[in-house]
Design a protein around this ligand. Structure first.
Ligand code: SF4
Ligand SMILES: [Zn+2]
Ligand SMILES: [Zn+2]
Length: 341
């Protein structure tokens, strides 16, 4: 199912009371215009659609500046899927760079995992967007990097009756390939379209699994170990303070031609992430500010944990040299060796 533009936004908002933003008629708190306004349940604000898009853009700019995400000469690489988040991010970074920064031109990367009836469609939106905005765009596939598409890997695992899910492989492989590609392009930062809802969900997952060291590593102002820095391009998430439904509204109001469907594996795999997201959506009906609490919890605890868990020495993967855990092989190489057995 796809939603496009304002009429459909009104349609979807009328039918789902869990939404944190509604469109209705009223007076804008910012310009006093009487018109269609966005009602933010978590703050009580009424904002006309024109002020709304401007405030979303201001939010992105302020997040970049507050968390020192960019330096003037940074070479920016943006990971794009063709969905609403990544294309909204790319659109804004292009504007911000043109107005305030003087770095090299932005390059976009799409990772094609090889997911039938999904990725080739969303990639078309990514290609079209980059063409329209004159942005260099690279597409790298799992197949060319690992010899297999994600669909082939899932099929192999099914036949071996292994109880592992598509997302486990996909996330690890994609993270590595994105990082490698960005590094090869000389990137200083790798910008990702994770929104507030994604950050809240990941933080809650990490708490549930007691991944405190991981939370410590995600502290936004942590001092990077020089050795580790050699391997990883710094990641930034400028949409981290914007709830998913607001990005949805923004992308539609700006008429960004994004691919509206989700990956089919998200529905098939009984991973906990999906349940955590449903739990957050349920909580939002009663406490609209819940995602902001989780984000603030993440910002505070990541700082505290980063002081508690001082960077330990690490091992190097015997296959690729990347930093890894105690067993001397990183997860990426472990998966690759399993696919070819
Ligand atoms: S939902 Fe899972 S399989 Fe699909 S793109 Fe995301 S991580 Fe990959
Ligand atoms: Zn207004
Ligand atoms: Zn390795």
């Amino acid at each position: 199912m796809g939603f496009n533009y304002i009429a459909d936004v009104i349609f979807i908002n009328n039918f789902d009371s869990s939404y944190n933003v509604f469109l209705k008629t009223g007076t804008c708190d910012y310009c006093s215009k009487n018109s269609l306004v966005v009602h933010r349940k978590y703050s009580g604000e009424l904002i006309c659609t024109n002020c709304f898009t401007k405030r979303i853009e201001k939010n992105i700019y302020q997040t970049i500046s507050k968390y020192k995400m960019l330096k003037p000469k940074d070479k920016i690489v943006v990971g794009i899927s063709g969905g609403k988040d990544s294309l909204s991010l790319l659109y804004n970074l292009k504007q911000i760079q043109a107005n305030s920064y003087h770095s090299n031109p932005i390059i976009a990367i799409t990772i094609d995992e090889g997911i039938r009836d999904y990725r080739s469609n969303s990639t078309k939106n990514a290609i079209e967007f980059c063409k329209q905005h004159k942005i260099e765009h690279k597409i790298i596939s799992f197949k060319e990097k690992t010899g297999k598409t994600l669909d082939e890997i899932v099929e192999l695992k099914k036949r071996a009756s292994k109880n592992t899910y598509a997302c486990n492989f996909c996330a690890t492989l994609r993270r590595r390939i994105l990082n490698e590609t960005a590094k090869n392009l000389g990137a200083d930062v790798l910008a990702m379209g994770h929104n507030l809802t994604d950050i809240a969900e990941t933080y809650l997952m990490n708490i549930l699994f007691k991944r405190f060291k991981l939370i410590a590593k995600q502290y936004l102002f942590k001092e990077e170990n020089k050795e580790i820095k050699k391997y990883f391009v710094r990641r930034i998430t400028p949409l981290m303070k914007i709830p998913e439904e607001e990005i949805f509204l923004y992308a539609n109001l700006k008429k960004i031609n994004y691919y509206p469907s989700h990956c089919p594996y998200r529905e098939e795999d009984p991973i906990l992430r999906k349940r955590v997201l449903e739990f957050i959506q349920e909580c939002k009906k009663f406490s609209p500010e819940i995602e902001f609490n989780l984000l603030n919890g993440f910002l505070e605890t990541s700082e505290i944990f980063s002081k508690h868990y001082i960077q330990e020495s690490y091992n190097s993967c015997k296959k690729c040299g990347y930093p890894c855990g105690k067993i001397n092989i990183c997860l990426y190489c472990k998966y690759l060796s399993e696919f070819f057995i």
